[in-house]
Design a protein around this ligand. Structure first.
Ligand SMILES: CC(C)(COP(=O)(O)OP(=O)(O)OC[C@H]1O[C@@H](n2cnc3c(N)ncnc32)[C@H](O)[C@@H]1OP(=O)(O)O)[C@@H](O)C(=O)NCCC(=O)NCCS
Length: 448
């Protein structure tokens, strides 16, 4: 192992440690679209899931099978029929779905049984258990269209799944459910994964899909200044859904998003849309700070908001101790009153627990984040990060390319969150003129 590799490996591995500790004993429901399997991604996906499971995460895996069923239908010379974005499952389609599901289950079980020496699966012992955990009901007749054997989830056997997970096994579900009369219904992967995540009150619902995530401006084409929105607050996701036409195909904006929103509203705090096209996307999303796809998060928006003049007293109280010990530069009441529109705060029960201000320098397409503070009794619970995300959103909405901070003591916190140190000369001219050379603050920049 070369010195450079040691040097990069150890800090990298340690940087992942907080996530490993945090996710131990948590439950993730992972929905994989059939296209991912058709594209040959199963072996690597199984390796990544086995790794995550070995770090103590309980996993329910739900596979999709759209292309596999269509292939079976083609082989039988039967056309695939859809309405309202749902397959119409006639008796031939039901046969095809059962065949496709059976075949896929074998393939998935085989992938989790790999264990050749010198491969990531060496030593992994993943027990995969499937079962009749889903009770279904028919979709029925909608707008005059009879969906026949297409169904919806009626009930999830939470006790059965939980016991299986507690045994240390991975639960594998096909998009099938059975009615109390023993009839089989073809469901969608998205419906099963969402219902299971909600019923289990899972910590995460993750869709591994044919799309890279949701873009900042979802109805505009992909470009450098319209990247994937890595963190989408629930309220904003609901707004996108309201304005988007109903999703019929997986590449439509709200096809997966509607399920993420449904799960989030029902108590699953985080749901993700990530691309199967990127190798290791699951690891990147779960164990890297910014992730790779879109995470819809229920961040209790009522407590995170832009400040109003009524908040000046609370902000002063919050930042005062940090001004006294020199962590923050002194700001007086008049200054905060004048700039109150720049502040974002987190408030719980009428008390302000965190704040930060954003001062734009539009001529340099950047903005300063100043006075970032979290009250000592709530530090370490992610409030600093929530405020940072909101400030980033505000800066993006202003069309800026970056944000910067000046700090004397908190560099590492910022560096861990994607900031990089630059020379004070980098500062926009208007800010450079106010730079206090005696304080020797470090300047850190984050590209948006
Ligand atoms: C920096 C600060 C805003 C972070 O807020 P927070 O809500 O505690 O942050 P989060 O919960 O999102 O993150 C907590 C993590 O940051 C780490 N952290 C806190 N202060 C840090 C610092 N000064 N340097 C490096 N890391 C720090 C914690 O150890 C914790 O690490 P962990 O996740 O590995 O356990 C908060 O500590 C604070 O208000 N500090 C005093 C004011 C200040 O320094 N502001 C910045 C002025 S430029």
């Amino acid at each position: 192992m070369s010195a450079v590799f040691n040097f990069t490996f150890v800090p990298w591995f340690r940087s992942v440690a907080p996530y490993i500790h945090k996710f131990r004993n948590q439950t993730f429901v992972v929905g994989v679209c059939g296209e991912a399997i058709a594209a040959g991604k199963l072996p690597n996906l199984a390796q990544d899931l086995a790794l995550i499971q070995s770090m103590g995460v309980k996993i329910v895996l739900v596979h999709g099978f759209r292309p596999q069923v269509n292939e079976q239908l083609r082989a039988k010379g039967h056309a695939a029929k859809y309405s309202h974005g749902i397959r119409i499952t006639d008796p031939v389609a039901l046969d095809c779905a059962q065949e496709a599901a059976g075949q896929l289950r074998y393939e998935i079980e085989a992938a989790f049984s790999q264990g050749l020496p010198n491969t990531p699966m060496a030593g992994a012992t993943v027990r995969v258990i499937s079962g009749n955990f889903i009770t279904a009901r028919p979709v029925g007749i909608v707008d005059g269209v009879d969906f026949q054997h297409s169904g919806l989830v009626r009930k999830v056997d939470v006790a059965g799944i939980s016991r299986t997970l507690d045994m240390g096994a991975m639960v594998l579900l096909s998009p099938f459910g059975f009615s109390p009369t023993g009839e089989a219904f073809n469901l969608t992967m998205e419906e099963v994964a969402t219902s299971v995540a909600t019923a289990l009150q899972a910590d995460k619902l993750i869709f591994i899909t044919e799309v890279p995530g949701i873009r900042l401006r979802p109805d505009e084409p992909e470009s450098d200044d319209n990247p994937i929105d890595t963190e989408l607050p629930l309220a904003q996701a609901e707004l996108i859904l309201k304005n988007a036409p109903p999703g019929q195909k997986p590449t439509d904006t709200d096809f997966y998003l509607q399920h993420c929103v449904r799960a989030c509203k029902a108590g699953v705090e985080r749901s993700h849309i990530i691309p199967f096209a990127v190798d290791g996307s699951l690891l990147l999303e779960v164990y890297v700070h910014d992730g790779i796809g879109t995470m819809v998060v229920d961040e209790k928006l009522e407590s995170l908001r832009e400040a109003t003049p009524d908040d000046v007293g609370g902000i002063l109280q919050l930042i005062e101790p940090f001004e006294k010990d020199g962590t923050l530069v002194k700001r007086d009441r008049t200054e905060i009153e004048r700039d109150i529109g720049h502040y974002t705060i987190i408030e719980h029960d009428g008390v302000i627990f965190a704040c930060a201000a954003l001062y734009p320098y539009p001529e340099a397409r950047t903005a300063e984040m100043a006075a970032l503070t979290v009250s000592p009794q709530s530090q370490g619970q992610g409030d600093g990060e929530k405020i940072l995300k909101r400030i980033e959103q505000r800066a993006r909405a202003m069309g800026l390319d970056s944000i910067f901070v000046l700090t004397t003591r908190t560099m590492h916190w910022f560096i861990k969150r994607g900031f990089a140190q630059v020379d004070p000369d980098w500062l926009p001219d208007a800010r450079k003129r106010k730079y206090n050379w005696d304080r020797r603050s470090q300047v850190l920049v984050k590209k948006l």
